[in-house]
Design a binder for this molecule. Sequence first.
Ligand SMILES: [Zn+2]
Length: 463
Amino acid sequence: MAIKLFDSLQRELRTLTPAQPDGVYRFYNCGPTVYAPAHIGNFRTFVVNDVLRRLLELEFGPDKVKHVRNLTDVDDRTIGQTRKEGRPLGEITKKWTEIFHADCTALNCLPPHVEPTATGHIVEQVNMIEVLMQKGNAYRAPDGSVYFKVGSFEGYGGLSRIKERELKVTNTVADADHKDDVSDFALWKAYKPEEDGEVRWPGPAGAAAGRPGWHIECSAMSKKHLGDTIDLHTGGVDLLFPHHENEIAQSECCNGRLFAHHWYHSEHLLVNGTTMSKSKGNYYTLGDLVAKGYAPMSVRYALLSGHPRKQLNFLLDSLHAADKALATLRAFRASLVQRGQVSGAAKSATFDGVLAALREDLNTPAALGALFSIVNAYEQRPALAGDLTGFDQVMFALGFRLDRPAAAAVEVPAEVTALAEKRWAAKQAKDFAAADALRKDLTTAGWSMLDRKDGYSLEPVKK
Ligand SMILES: [Zn+2]
């Protein structure tokens, strides 16, 4: 049975098949910018892509999938952070890369086969920019930067369907006076001592020393590790324009070939019904949720509870539901083992409906629905010898680890969490009188709240 996935470029469901004769499915997923912790909205994309990776492995074989996910370790934001902290770029990106990896491990995301960094691929980016300059798709600006000439690529706007007029409005940025046309974008940024500090490399022939633009890194790294044409390119919907539109323009003009056969974008995560922001108090990293006593596996479950191509509203309550669902799955697996089922027996078809739902446009809520209707009605059907194997395969596809309790040792009651949320909001609003009163309420309820710069944790008061 084939995997069908919505293609953002063709705007239809299309079957995934490896295009190259070696049968290897080439999959590129835009990775994080390592200058701060990734928030749970970022992790929605990574968890969805992890289910996709697992499904591809089940479909084509584990050695027939090549998954590349980059680390953006030089750009305006990472350099901005070095200025803010007064520490070298490499120190900052190393720290946040390690935290990102730890979060991915906690969420049970399989590591990509290759995780290239932008700073590790300067030569490849420079080479690509030189080809684009030679072909007339890029030009040197008076300050020594290099820009991509959007007007030179007829296919520009094909992915985002952006109109030329909108493009000019969107791309009007501070460096507009260096460009021939406001819609052109930077491939190489000339060194600015007051902004870039120590960060610079020799530029493409004819250009100044400086650093690559953000978009060129993915074109250069996917070319190096997957070849000119890849099978699938994915990312969050916020990357569709301009990042992915620009990647297509760079790669297709440089290589003279189709860049990606298939494009897939997952939607935004809302928290408490609105976009996440620190000022609204609804901004969570995985660390914030763990500090509140939630298990990473419950976070993974909650992130998969909505259709990946629809916005998902995340509530702390959904983590309680996720805890319960995972506990049910854990007990169900234990009951299969108790009945003498062994892992590794030839797989029964009992759970095939779950995988079928995933194969149909990665419909995770339909898959979870199918899973629980089988689990809940299991007693009413004859057990088959390969049911445990089938169940474990579904757990692999969804990436659920059942070997640890879903909930933390101490459960925080909902009313205590509500008090803590109120107090945190009061503190953010600098209403310290209200915050102090709420702290007393928490103490009365038997809990102490520990404040950190970016969040809080709750601990039962020791008696
Ligand atoms: Zn990218």
